[in-house]
Design a protein around this ligand. Structure first.
Ligand SMILES: [Zn+2]
Length: 193
């Protein structure tokens, strides 16, 4: 979600990626079963080594396909973001809360994925002369009211709408968080212009 209300779908929640991840899991399971069942066999005894090699290839290919999908998706978002030529872009450092919401995605992949995206964005910002800010993951972007700055402590993940008890602003939760990031005054400068 961007501060102008634009939403980019989470690529890891699409059917295509979910199906591929499921197939990857099955392939990995099959591979580890093969190790389990044949651990006492010696090399050259039967053809199972060839089969295992094939299974390893299958797993690698699935990994590659998933990586390519994420890569392309990030590329598209980055070029759309810089196309609008904003004065600055603020990014929130990878947050654990967000990662926990997606059971399909392991922490390691989430970290790699975020880092790839960040690097791509950084390169493009340098090229286009756009300031890039990184806000600390402990900044309470979802809890603050983007209108008056009031901090709501009892906000839960289920609350999709942010309702301020102080100034009575009612806003989409993610949009409110994006507005807060835009207004953030404490950040690390990844690209300065
Ligand atoms: Zn408020």
């Amino acid at each position: 979600m961007m501060s102008n209300g634009d939403v980019y779908e989470n690529i890891n929640k699409t059917d295509k990626v979910r199906k591929l991840e499921k197939r990857l899991k099955q392939a990995q399971r099959k591979l580890s079963r093969s190790y389990e069942q044949n651990k006492y066999k010696k090399v050259g005894e039967n053809c199972y080594f060839n089969n295992r090699q094939k299974q390893i290839c299958r797993v690698q290919k699935l990994h590659q396909r998933l990586a390519n999908i994420r890569e392309n998706y990030h590329k598209n978002i980055v070029s759309e973001l810089v196309k609008t030529k904003p004065a600055f872009i603020t990014l929130e450092d990878l947050n654990v809360r967000g990662m926990m919401k997606n059971r399909h995605l392991s922490k390691v992949i989430a970290q790699q994925s975020f880092f790839h995206f960040r690097t791509k964005l950084q390169m493009k910002c340098e090229e286009y002369g756009i300031e890039l800010r990184l806000v600390n993951r402990f900044y309470p972007s979802t809890k603050l009211c983007s209108c008056c700055g009031y901090k709501k402590v009892d906000l839960t993940l289920k609350d999709r709408i942010y309702e301020c008890v102080n100034c009575h602003q009612v806003l989409d939760r993610d949009l409110n968080a994006a507005m807060n990031l835009k207004q953030a005054t404490e950040y690390e400068l990844l690209v300065s212009v």
